[in-house]
Design a binder for this molecule. Sequence first.
Ligand code: NOJ
Length: 501
Amino acid sequence: MWGISFSLFALMSFGLVGAIVCKNVIRADFPAGFVFGAGSSAYQTEGAANQDGRTPSIWDTFAHARYIKPSADIACDGYHRYKEDIQLMVETGLDAYRFSISWSRLIPNGRGPINPKGLQYYNNFINELVSHGIQPHVTLHHFDLPQVLEDQYGGWVSRKIVKDFMKYADVCFREFGDRVKHWTTINEANVFAMGGYGSGQVPPQRCSHPFGDCSKGNSTTEPYIAAHIMLLAHASVYRLYEKNYKDKQRGFIGLNLLSFSFVPLTDSSDDEIATERANVLFIGWFLNPLVFGDYPVLMKKNAGSRLPAFTVQESESIRSSFDFLGLNYYFEMNVTKIPNVLQLEERDVAADMGIQLENVLNFTSRSEYPIAPWGLTGVLEYIKQHYNNPLIYIHENGQRTQRNSTLEDWPRIEYLQAYIRCVIDNIRNGSNLKGYFAWSFMDSFELFDGYEARFGFYYINFDDPELKRRRKLSAHWYSHFLKRENITLDGIVLSPSRDYI
Ligand code: NOJ
C-alpha cells in the first residue's frame, strides 16, 4: 500500500487536472435505476479466434489484412478468463457490463446449427455476470459479421442478411433473453455504413476510388444500401422481439450510433449550414427513420436515386422500432462546407451533404482526446429537441492513451470526471438518460490502433503471454465513485492498492 494518498482536489490546485465545466456530483445525485458500467466487444477481447468451433468474422479478415500483429486472435483471452474479469467488475462496482456476442462463435456458418461450445460460453458468461448482480447489456453485431455471409452474398449490402440476422437474434433471445434485458442490434451503424462501405477504413473494407483504396465496393451507393438494409434488419429484429418475446422477457431493444459534436470551422453562415448537415448525416440518417419513418428530406434530395426508398410497410415497421438509443461520444469536430459539391458527378455520402469530413474520419491520430464535455451536452440537446427526447444509454465514452502509458492514467480520470459531471446536468435539463458506460473495461484490440492505444480501466501487457490484468488508477477512482454514494467526483481520495502498484 502506498503511504501517500492523493486527492483530485489537491491535484487540481497544482494545475494537473484540466478545465472542468459542469458542477460537482456524487453518485447519489443520479436518479434511481441509472446504471453505471463499462464496455467491450467480442472481437476486441475474447481471443480464442480459432477455437471451439468459431469461424472468422469480417473483422478478423480486416485485422489480418492490415498486418496488425498479432491481430486479435488472442486479444485479452477473455474467452478463457471471463471469471477473473467478472471478479474485477465486481471489485470495480459496475452495475452493468456492455459486451457483444460473436455471431460466428454462436452460429459458425452464419445460419443453421448452433455451436454448443459457443452457446455454453455465453451462457456461462451471462450467468457469471447475473450471479454477481451485474446487468448484461448485449450487442448483436459489433463490426463482426461472419465472413462466410460476406463471401456468400456480400453481407450487409444484400437483403438476404435480414433473414439471417433475424434468425441469429432469435437464437439469442430464446437462449439468453431470460437473463438479458438490454439488446443492441448494431454497434455504430453510421460508422459501419460510412467506414465499411464509403472510406473503407473499417470492416468489410469496401470502397471505390477516389474515396478510398479498396479492392471492391462502390462508395457512392453502398453506404446508403448497407445503412438501409441495417435499418430493415434492425426493425425486423425489433418486431420479432415485440411479437415473440417482449411479454415474457420484458426487455428493451436499441440501436447504437456514434456521435460527434459538430462545430463550424469559421463563423461563416456557409459553415454553420454545413454543420447542420453534418448532424443530419451522422444522426439523422438513422434517427429520422427510427423516429419519423423516413430519411431526412435533405438527404433524399441530395442523394437522389442512390438513396433507397422505404415502402409504406417498411416505413411503418421502422418507425418507433427502438426502446432506446445507444450513443457513443468521444470528441467534437470542426465542419466546413465544400463549395459546389453537388455539381460533382461522383459523390459519396459526405459530398452529398456538402461537408468536409476529413477531420471527422481522422480516427488514426495517436493523441489523447480533448476534454470538452459541452460537446456531449450539445449532442444530447440536439437529439432531445429534434427527435422527441428518446431514452438514451451512453454506450461509449472514454479516453485514449498510448500503448506505453503508465498505470497512473490521470488523463482518463480527468476525462471521465468531466463527462460524468455533464451527464447529470443533461439529466437535469430533461434528457432521458438511463445509463453511462465508460469505454472500456480493460485494454483491448482497438479498431484503428490495434494494441497501440489503450482505453481500459485495467492494463494488459499484450507482449506478455500471461496477459495479467493490472488495475489502473482510473479503475480505483471509478470504483470509489460507484461504491461510495456520497463522495464528490473531485473529492475522491486515491490510495492505490498493491494491485495498482
Ligand atoms: C467505437 C467502437 O465501438 C469500439 O469498438 C472502439 O474500440 C471504440 N469506439 C474506441 O475507438
